[in-house]
Design a protein around this ligand. Structure first.
Ligand code: 6GU
Length: 240
C-alpha cells in the first residue's frame, strides 16, 4: 500500500509540479507514494461556485467558507492526519516530517486569500503548520515543501547514506561544508584534513565545523543542542 498524499486546493494544476521530477517523481511513478488533488471549488454550492467571502468584522482579503471546506475535507481519506497549511501554524520540523512519513500519509488543506474560517479548523481538529516566518500567497508551495520532505524519507526513495545524513540533522546541528574535485580551484584549496586519509581527524573536523556553523547561524538550535548534550550520561569534551 502506497503512502497517500491528498491535497485540497483551489489550484490543483500546481500538483505534482516539481514533485513529478527527481527523487519524488521517480517514487511517484514507482507507486511508492500516491497523490490525489481535491479541487475545493468542486464543493461550492451556489451558481457562482463561490468558495470565499468577506471577513466578519471587516478588513482586507477574503476567507474560505467553512461549509465549502468541510465538504471538501469529507471527500478526503478519513484515516489520514489532516493539516491546514498557514503562516499562523506551528513551524514544520524534521521530527514532524519523520512521524508523517512513518504513517499512512497526509491530507493537506491549502489556504488562500486571508485564510480559512476558524470554525472548520476547530470542527475538523486540523493541525496548523507553517513552513517558515514569511508569507506565501497560498499554502500550495508549503504543501510541496512538506511532501518533498516526507517522500524522501519513505522506504526505498533514498539510499542508506541519506538516512544517516538525516540522523545528523536530527542530532540538532547544521551540516558541515562539502568539497569535491578539483583540490584547488581559483586559488582556493580544499581544507587539507579532507585529503589526509585520516578518517578520525576528518570526522572531528566535520563535527567542529557543524558546531561552529550552528553556533554562528542558529543560536536557537545551538542552545537546544547544548541542552540535549548536557543530558548525556558521559559527556565528551565540549566546545562552547
Ligand atoms: Cl503554510 N502558508 C502561507 N500562505 N504562507 C506561509 C506558510 C504557509 N508557511 C510560511 N508562510
Amino acid at each position: 500500500m502506497s503512502w497517500r498524499a491528498v491535497v485540497l486546493t483551489l489550484f490543483p494544476d500546481m500538483f505534482p509540479g516539481p514533485l513529478a521530477l527527481s527523487l519524488a517523481g521517480r517514487a511517484l511513478a514507482d507507486g511508492v507514494w500516491a497523490l490525489r488533488t481535491i479541487d475545493i471549488r468542486d464543493f461550492a454550492t451556489d451558481r457562482h461556485r463561490s468558495v470565499d467571502d468577506v471577513p466578519f468584522g471587516g478588513g482586507a482579503g477574503m476567507v474560505l467558507r467553512p461549509d465549502v471546506v468541510d465538504a471538501a475535507l469529507a471527500a478526503a481519506d478519513p484515516d489520514l492526519p489532516a493539516i491546514c497549511l498557514t503562516p499562523r501554524g506551528a513551524p514544520l520540523t524534521q521530527a514532524r516530517v519523520r512521524d508523517l512519513a512513518a504513517g499512512p500519509g497526509v491530507a493537506l488543506l491549502c489556504g488562500r486569500y486571508e485564510g480559512v474560517d476558524q470554525r472548520v479548523i476547530e470542527a475538523r481538529g486540523l493541525e496548523q503548520v507553517s513552513v517558515g516566518d514569511y508569507v506565501l500567497s497560498g499554502g500550495e508551495p508549503a504543501a510541496l515543501v512538506l511532501l518533498d520532505a516526507a517522500v524522501r524519507l519513505l522506504p526505498g526513495v533514498m539510499g542508506a547514506a541519506a538516512s544517516a545524513e538525516d540522523d545528523s540533522f536530527s542530532a540538532g546541528l547544521l551540516e558541515y561544508p562539502h568539497y569535491t574535485r578539483p583540490a584547488e580551484w581559483q586559488g582556493r584549496a580544499v581544507p587539507p584534513v579532507l585529503l589526509s586519509g585520516n578518517h578520525a581527524a576528518i570526522a572531528a573536523w566535520r563535527q567542529e565545523e557543524a558546531e561552529r556553523i550552528t553556533r554562528e547561524r542558529r543560536p536557537d538550535l545551538w542552545a537546544a543542542y547544548r541542552a540535549g548534550a548536557d543530558r548525556l550520561p558521559a559527556p565528551a569534551a565540549r566546545r562552547n
